[in-house]
Write a protein that binds this ligand. Structure first.
Ligand code: COA
Ligand code: AMP
Length: 639
C-alpha cells in the first residue's frame, strides 16, 4: 500500500472499503433531498444494482436554486470567455436561475415532459449550459452532441435517443472557420428516423441559420416573450435513479454507446469529488478547458462546480492560436482561477509553441493552486514541463465517459500523495481495482493486465446503456464475471499506484477525444474502390495519437491511388466529422494477416511508432509487413 504521508487518503479509502454504504450515505448528506433514499444501495435492482433507491431530488435545484436560497444569488455562477468571437459575459446564480426557469417553461410549452429526451447540439456558449440545467429542472433527459461530429453521427444519436426537441445553435466557431451547425442539424434530422417535433435555434450573429416554418423556433424571440410574461417553472421531483442524461461515446463499432447517468448518485459522487479530489470550496473559480460535448465538460464545466457553488468558466477558444499560447495564462489571471482542468494535449500544444514559457511573463497566476489533467495518459515530459512552468502540483487522473468521475487520482482535498510520473496515482474510494489476465486471474503487482473494477460500480457511474441493458452487460460485465471491464490495460505497482498504459479494444485517443478505429474502418470499407482496410492509431507528438488508415484497392482499379486516398480522407470527415482528425489514408498491396485471417494491427502500430517488433509466428505472408514498413517510411513513419 501507499507509504504513510500526511494525506488522509489511506484512512478514507479504508473507511469506504469497510462499509461502502455508510460512506456514500454520509456523502449523500451534502445533497438536498426532497425525500431521503430508502436504501443506499439495492443490489437487486437494475443490471448490477442501483444507488439511493427511493430518494427524491432535483439536480438543477442543487446546482442553482439551492445557492440562491442560501443567499449566494449574487455570486457569479458562470463566466463565458470567447476569444473566437471577442466576447465575454457572466451570469450570477440568481440570473442563471431566472434563465433556467424561463427555458424550462419554453421546453414545457414545446411539449417536453418528464422523461422525454432533448438533444443539445451547441458550441461553448452559456445557452448550452442553461439548456442542460433547464432539462434537469423539468426532468427531461438531455443528450449533448459534440459540435465536431458530422451529420451522420448526429443522426445516429438522434435515432437512439429519439428526442422530442433539439436545442441547437446556428454555428460554431473554430479559429480558421465558422462551422454552420444548422445545415448539419437539418441533414441529420433528414437522415434520422426519429424526428423531433421542434427545434429551438440560437441564432449567433456570426452566421444565422434558416429556420424551417413550423419546426424551428428562434431561441432569443421565445426567451424574450416568456421572460416578458414572467413565465418560469419550478424543479420537478425526480427519483434518484431517474436518468439525468445520456451521453454517447465511441464503442467498438460505428454504433455509439448511450451512457446513462442517474440523478441522485451522480450528484453525490460529483459533490464528493469537488471537495476531496479537487480540493475546492464554495466560491472558488474552477475552469475546465474542455467542451460540454464530452463527459469532462458535463461533470466539471457544468454539474460538479455548480453543485459545489463554485464559479465555472466556459471557454470558447483553444490553448493556442486564439490568439496565442498565452491564452490559458490570461484566463487564469483574469478570472482568478483556483483549479484548471484540461487534457495533456492542450499543454503539449502550448509547449510546442512556447517551450520557454515566454507568454507566461507578466501574468499573475497566484490564484492557481492545482492543474488537473485527464482524457489521455499524461506523459511524464508534459507533466514535468507543466510543473516547472506553473509551479503548482500537476494531478493526472484517469476516468471514462462511463464512470463520469475519476477512477484513480491524487486527492488534493484529502492531502496530496507523492506523485509518480506516468501514474494517475491511486484508486478513489468507490473503486476496487484489480489487474487480471485473460482468464480473470488476479496478477501480481507490477504485471500488465486488464484493469477491472469489482462490482458494484460507485454512485455516478453508468447503471446501464440507454435502453440496452443487454448490450451493457455484454460489453462491460460478461468477460470478467463480477467485475466491470474498463477496456484499459495497465498495472498497479508495489505501492498501490495505478499505471494506465492503453486500451485493449479498438478505441484510440486523439487530442483527448475518444474515437473508434472500427467506426473509421466501416467508413473506409464503404468506399466503392476499397477491397479491405485497417485503421490504427499512430503516435503523434501533439495529439498523442492520430488515426492512420491502410487500404487495399479492388483488383482492376485504374484510378490513381492518391486520388482515392484524398476521397477517403474527405469521406471520414463527412461521415464522422473533423474531430476524427483522419488525414492519413495509405494504399497498400495487401494487409498483414495471420493464417486465420486476423489483421495484425498491433504489429502495424509498432512499425509506425518505431517500437521494436517481430513478425508473429502465425503470419500468413511476411512480405506484407515489409510492404507496410516501406510505405510508412516513405511518409516519415517508423525507423
Ligand atoms: N466544432 C466543429 N469542429 C471542431 C470542433 C467543434 N466543436 N472541435 C474541433 N473541431 C475540428 C477542428 O477545427 C479541427 O478541424 P480541421 O481538421 O479543419 O483543422 C478538427 O476538428 C480536429 O480538432 P482537434 O483534434 O481539436 O485539433 P486542433 O488542431 O483544432 O486543436 C488542440 C488541437 C490540441 C489545440 C485541441 O485538440 C485542444 O485544445 N484539445 C484540448 C483537449 C480537449 O478539449 N479534450 C477534451 C477532453 S478533456
Ligand atoms: P473518455 O470516455 O472520452 O473520457 O475516454 C476514456 C479513455 O481515455 C480511458 O478509457 C483511457 O483509455 C483514456 N484516459 C482518460 N484519462 C486518462 C489518464 N489520465 N491516463 C490514461 N488514460 C486516460
Amino acid at each position: 500500500m501507499v507509504e504513510p504521508t500526511s494525506s488522509r487518503y489511506a484512512e478514507v479509502y479504508a473507511r469506504w472499503k469497510a462499509d461502502p454504504q455508510a460512506f456514500w450515505a454520509q456523502a449523500a448528506s451534502d445533497i438536498e433531498w426532497v425525500a431521503q433514499p430508502r436504501t443506499v444501495f439495492d443490489p437487486d435492482l437494475g443490471v448490477y444494482g442501483r444507488w439511493f433507491v427511493g430518494g427524491v431530488c432535483n439536480t438543477c435545484y442543487n446546482a442553482v436554486d439551492r445557492h440562491v436560497a442560501a443567499g449566494r444569488g449574487g455570486q457569479v455562477a458562470l463566466i463565458h470567455d470567447s476569444p473566437v468571437t471577442g466576447s465575454k459575459s457572466s451570469l450570477t446564480y440568481s440570473e442563471l436561475l431566472a434563465e433556467v426557469r424561463t427555458l424550462g417553461a419554453i421546453l414545457r410549452d414545446m411539449g417536453v415532459e418528464k422523461g422525454d429526451r432533448v438533444v443539445i447540439y451547441m458550441p461553448m456558449v452559456l445557452e448550452a449550459v442553461i439548456g442542460m440545467l433547464a432539462c434537469a429542472r423539468i426532468g427531461a433527459v438531455h443528450s449533448v452532441v459534440f459540435g465536431g461530429f458530422a451529420a451522420k453521427e448526429l443522426a445516429a444519436r438522434i435515432d437512439d435517443a429519439a428526442p422530442k426537441v433539439i436545442l441547437a445553435a446556428s454555428c460554431g466557431i473554430e479559429p480558421n472557420r465558422i462551422v454552420p451547425y444548422k445545415p448539419l442539424l437539418d441533414a441529420a434530422i433528414e437522415m434520422a428516423e426519429a424526428k423531433p417535433t421542434a427545434c429551438l435555434i440560437l441564432q449567433r450573429p456570426q452566421l444565422h441559420g434558416t429556420l424551417m416554418a413550423g419546426r424551428d423556433f428562434d431561441w432569443s424571440e421565445r426567451r424574450a416573450v416568456a421572460a416578458g410574461e414572467g413565465r418560469g417553472v419550478d424543479c420537478a421531483p425526480m427519483g434518484a435513479t431517474d436518468p439525468l442524461y445520456v451521453l454517447y461515446t465511441s464503442g467498438t463499432t460505428g454504433k455509439p454507446k448511450g451512457v446513462v447517468r442517474d440523478t441522485g448518485g451522480h450528484m453525490v459522487a460529483l459533490r464528493w469529488t469537488m471537495e476531496n479530489l479537487y480540493g475546492l470550496k464554495t466560491g472558488d473559480v474552477f475552469w475546465t478547458a474542455s467542451d460540454v460535448g464530452w463527459v469532462v465538460g458535463h461533470s466539471y464545466i457544468v454539474y460538479g462546480p455548480l453543485l459545489m457553488g463554485c464559479t465555472s468558466v466556459v471557454y470558447e477558444g483553444k490553448p493556442v492560436g486564439t490568439p496565442d499560447p498565452g491564452a490559458f495564462w490570461r484566463m487564469i489571471e483574469k478570472y482568478k482561477v483556483a483549479a484548471l482542468f484540461t487534457a495533456p494535449t492542450a499543454l503539449r500544444a502550448i509547449k510546442k509553441e512556447d517551450p520557454e514559457g515566454t507568454y507566461l511573463k507578466g501574468h499573475d497566476l497566484s490564484s492557481l493552486r492545482t492543474l488537473f489533467l485527464a482524457g489521455e495518459r499524461a506523459d511524464p515530459d508534459t507533466v514535468k514541463w507543466a510543473e516547472a512552468t506553473l509551479n503548482v502540483p500537476v494531478v493526472d487522473h484517469w476516468w471514462q465517459t462511463e464512470t463520469g468521475w475519476a477512477i484513480a487520482g491524487n486527492p488534493v482535498g484529502l492531502g496530496l500523495l507523492p506523485v509518480k510520473l506516468g501514474s494517475p496515482t491511486v484508486p478513489m474510494p468507490g473503486y476496487d481495482l484489480q489487474i487480471v489476465d485473460e482468464a480473470a486471474k488476479p496478477l501480481p503487482a507490477g504485471t500488465m493486465g486488464s484493469i477491472v473494477i469489482k462490482l458494484p460500480l460507485p454512485p455516478g457511474c453508468l447503471p446501464t446503456l440507454w435502453h440496452q441493458d443487454e448490450r451493457f452487460a455484454e460489453s462491460y460485465l460478461a468477460e470478467f464475471p463480477g467485475y466491470y471491464k474498463t477496456s484499459d490495460a495497465g498495472f498497479v505497482d508495489e505501492d498501490g499506484y495505478v499505471f494506465v498504459m492503453g486500451r485493449t479494444d479498438d478505441i484510440i485517443n486523439v487530442a483527448g477525444h475518444r474515437l473508434s478505429t472500427g467506426g473509421m474502418e466501416e467508413v473506409l470499407a464503404s468506399h466503392p474502390d476499397v477491397a479491405e482496410c485497417a485503421v490504427i492509431g499512430v503516435k503523434d507528438s501533439l495529439k498523442g495519437e492520430v488515426p492512420c488508415g491502410f487500404v487495399v484497392l479492388k483488383a482492376g482499379e485504374r484510378r490513381a491511388p492518391d486520388v482515392i486516398e484524398k476521397e477517403l480522407v474527405e469521406l471520414v470527415r463527412e461521415r464522422i466529422g473533423p474531430v476524427a482528425a483522419f488525414k492519413l489514408a495509405l494504399t497498400v498491396p495487401r494487409l498483414p494477416k495471420t493464417r486465420s485471417g486476423k489483421i495484425l494491427r498491433g504489429t502495424m502500430k509498432k512499425i509506425a511508432d518505431s517500437d521494436p517488433w517481430t513478425a508473429p509466428a502465425t503470419i500468413d505472408d511476411p512480405g506484407a509487413l515489409e510492404d507496410i514498413t516501406i510505405i510508412l517510411k516513405r511518409r516519415g513513419f517508423g525507423s
